[in-house]
Design a protein. Structure first.
Length: 278
């Protein structure tokens, strides 16, 4: 194995570990707060759908010989899907499902629900998938075309899934409820995934491989751009978050002080009452 291949493996597993770590702060934050307030429901469901499609795509390209042969008929070299891509997408799907489960159990705002657009989009993508599969059985389309449908769907989902969260942050002028650690780890992981893909294409001297695995490149670029946007929002709105927190603390301290004074007055009244009647 050449030095370049070893470097690619190191980068690939690094992006898997770093990007996978990004899910845990959000899960932990939801658990500690027993709430998903501040999170976009559309974003969570888009995330689940995107990782589901990406998992099927990676598993098929890595393990299915029929699809790998169909790929070689269209491209001169083997595809660039790596084992770490498979593990990353499946792991991401499982953790996305856990966060969606938290969404159904933990506290939400009354108006915090899936939008009609997101619900329609998810149903239409399922319908589109069934139509492609039907076309495979009735001729004219092969299984690799269904994989490309899933890859295109994954890119679309990744593009639009950030929009509700970014819009919600802007509307609330706050990123409270969204784990910033999640965004930072995801940003690093997305950058490393792009680097690995470009390095693999260089090693094989097959830049068409990027076109064959454009979903990995597309996801990386979208994630990097959107995460940078969210981080900018966070540091713009951070002074407001700290100000709101200070107000909350002052109100809480005043409430405790009032309760303390109330209890003291009650005790004094009871003492006086007892003295008068004794």
């Amino acid at each position: 194995m050449s030095l370049w291949n070893i470097t690619s493996d190191i980068i690939g597993w690094s992006y898997f570990i770093i990007w996978s770590i990004s899910f845990y702060p959000q899960i932990s934050l939801n658990y500690k707060r027993q709430s998903v307030r501040g999170l976009s429901i559309d974003y969570l469901l888009y995330n689940l759908l995107g990782f589901f499609c990406y998992s099927i795509y990676n598993i098929a390209f890595y393990y299915n010989n029929e699809i790998r042969d169909e790929y070689k008929q269209r491209h001169p070299h083997s595809n660039l899907v790596r084992f770490n891509d498979v593990i990353f997408s499946v792991h991401g799907f499982i953790l996305s499902a856990i966060i969606v489960l938290q969404m159904s159990v933990y506290k939400k705002y009354d108006n915090q629900h899936i939008s009609s657009f997101a619900a329609s989009f998810i149903w239409l993508t399922c319908l589109g998938g069934m139509l492609v599969i039907s076309a495979i059985y009735y001729g004219g389309v092969v299984w690799i075309d269904f994989m490309y449908y899933l890859s295109s769907l994954t890119l679309v989902v990744y593009f639009i899934k950030y929009v509700p969260q970014i819009w919600l942050n802007g509307k609330r002028k706050s990123t409270r409820g969204l784990s910033v650690e999640y965004i930072v780890w995801e940003l690093i992981g997305g950058t490393l995934s792009i680097v690995q893909l470009l390095l693999d294409a260089y090693i094989k001297q097959d830049w068409t491989g990027i076109e064959g695995d454009n979903v990995k490149l597309g996801i990386g670029i979208i994630v990097v751009c959107c995460d940078i946007t969210v981080l900018i929002q966070h540091y713009i709105y951070r002074p407001r978050i700290l100000f709101d927190y200070d107000i909350y603390q002052n109100q809480e301290e005043q409430r405790l002080l009032d309760e303390s004074m109330f209890n003291t007055d009650d005790e004094a009244s009871m003492f006086n009452y007892g003295s008068v009647h004794s």
